[in-house]
Design a protein around this ligand. Structure first.
Ligand code: SAM
Length: 249
C-alpha cells in the first residue's frame, strides 16, 4: 500500500467536520449543542460551522432566490448564488462529500450514515423555498439525500438529523460503544424491546427471562423479538438483509 492510500491513524485525524450552507445559520447548533453530541462538540470530538448563503446573495438585499422558470408558485434558490457559497465552503474542505438535503433524494440509511461518519465530514446544503435550481445540483455534483417521505419547510432540520446520526457513531461520543452494534438497523433488524425498573408497573411485568441472569437465553430472546418486530413492522428490511436474518427464527 502506498503512503497516499494508508489510512491516517485515528488519533491524528482531524475532527469530523460538518459545514452547513443555510440562510438561517442561527438555527445551529440547536439540538446539536445538547446532550452527548453537544458535549462532544464542546470537547472538540467534532466541529460544526455554517456558511450563510446570504453572504453570497445579490444586491444590497442579499437576494438568494428568484421566480421559477416556466411559472408556478414560490421561489427557487439561484444556481449562481449557491455555486459561490458552495465553492467558498469547499476551499479548505475539497474532498468532503457534498450533500443537498432534498425530499427527492435517496433515503438516508444507517449504512450511509456509517460511511459518512467514517469519512472526514460533510458539507450540507439546506434548501428553502421550492428548492434549488437543478443546474447547481448537476454542476457541483451534489448528492441528494432525503430524511423521509414528507416535506419540511427547510433543509436545516434534515441536516441536523444527518449530523446527529453521524456524530453519535464517532469514537468517544457515546459511553457504551458496544451497545451500538445492537441498535436498530445495525444488523438489518429493528431493536428488541427495552425495559428498566420498576419490575412491575401498572400491572405490566418485565419479561421473566430478562431477570433470569442467563445471558445466552436473554440474547436468544432479544434476537427472536428483534426478528418478530422487524417482520411485523418492516418486512422490507428482512428482504434487504437476507444474509443477516435468514434461517434464524
Ligand atoms: N418543492 C420541493 C419538493 O416538492 O420536493 C420541496 C421544497 S421544501 C419546502 C424546502 C427545502 O426543505 C428543500 O429544498 C430541502 O432542502 C428541505 N427538505 C424538505 N423536505 C425534506 C426531506 N424530506 N428530506 C430532506 N430535506 C428536505
Amino acid at each position: 500500500m502506498s503512503a497516499e492510500t494508508t489510512p491516517e491513524p485515528e488519533e491524528t485525524r482531524p475532527p469530523w467536520h460538518a459545514r452547513v450552507l443555510t440562510i438561517f445559520p442561527d438555527m445551529f447548533p440547536g439540538s446539536l449543542g445538547v446532550s452527548l453530541v453537544g458535549t462532544a462538540l464542546e470537547n472538540g470530538l467534532w466541529e460544526l460551522d455554517c456558511v450563510d448563503i446570504r453572504d453570497f446573495g445579490l444586491t444590497k438585499h442579499r437576494t438568494v432566490d428568484d421566480t421559477p422558470a416556466g411559472g408556478g408558485a414560490g421561489m427557487v434558490m439561484r444556481a449562481d448564488v449557491l455555486a459561490a457559497a458552495i465553492d467558498h465552503a469547499r476551499e479548505d474542505m475539497p474532498d468532503v462529500p457534498l450533500i443537498y438535503l432534498s425530499p427527492r433524494g435517496q433515503p438516508l440509511t444507517q449504512a450511509r450514515v456509517r460511511e459518512l461518519s467514517a469519512g472526514p465530514g460533510a458539507i450540507l446544503l439546506a434548501g428553502r423555498f421550492e428548492g434549488v435550481d437543478q443546474r447547481v445540483i448537476e454542476a457541483r455534483g451534489l448528492e441528494e439525500i432525503s430524511i423521509g417521505d414528507y416535506v419540511l419547510s427547510g433543509g436545516e432540520l434534515a441536516a441536523m438529523v444527518l449530523i446527529d446520526a453521524c456524530v453519535r457513531l464517532l469514537p468517544g461520543v457515546l459511553g457504551a460503544e458496544a451497545s451500538l452494534s445492537e441498535e436498530s438497523f445495525e444488523s438489518g433488524l429493528l431493536e428488541y424491546p427495552q425495559y428498566t425498573r420498576p419490575r412491575d408497573w401498572e400491572g405490566r411485568a418485565i419479561p421473566d427471562i430478562l431477570l433470569s441472569g442467563d445471558h445466552k437465553r436473554i440474547a436468544a430472546w432479544r434476537r427472536a423479538e428483534a426478528e418478530r418486530l422487524t417482520r411485523e413492522r418492516r418486512p422490507d428490511l428482512i428482504a434487504s438483509h437476507p444474509k443477516d436474518t435468514k434461517g434464524k427464527t
